[in-house]
Design a binder for this molecule. Sequence first.
Ligand code: SF4
Length: 95
Amino acid sequence: MDDIKGIKDTEGTEKLRFCRLCDIFKEIPRDINAYAQRLYDLLDAKDKAGDELIKERLEICSACDRNSQGTCLACGCYCIVRSMKKTVHCPHKKW
Ligand code: SF4
């Protein structure tokens, strides 16, 4: 665990962050698109970002240097999962 770096909070304390949705499902998705669709289907309609906003966000993620094969290295989330909820934003305020 010593080689795993977390994110420093505003007081400089390093903390590991985990995706709460991943924790709920306790699974490593093999098909991220199917996994994302399942999660999206579980969201309340009012919380869904919608196709256009998701597409817009993922275009920004695709050009971001913190995107590692679809995983955001800033927060540890799958970019597609992070983009799906209307009120969730990029941890670096890019969207
Ligand atoms: S969520 Fe933000 S920081 Fe993470 S990959 Fe997308 S644009 Fe980059």
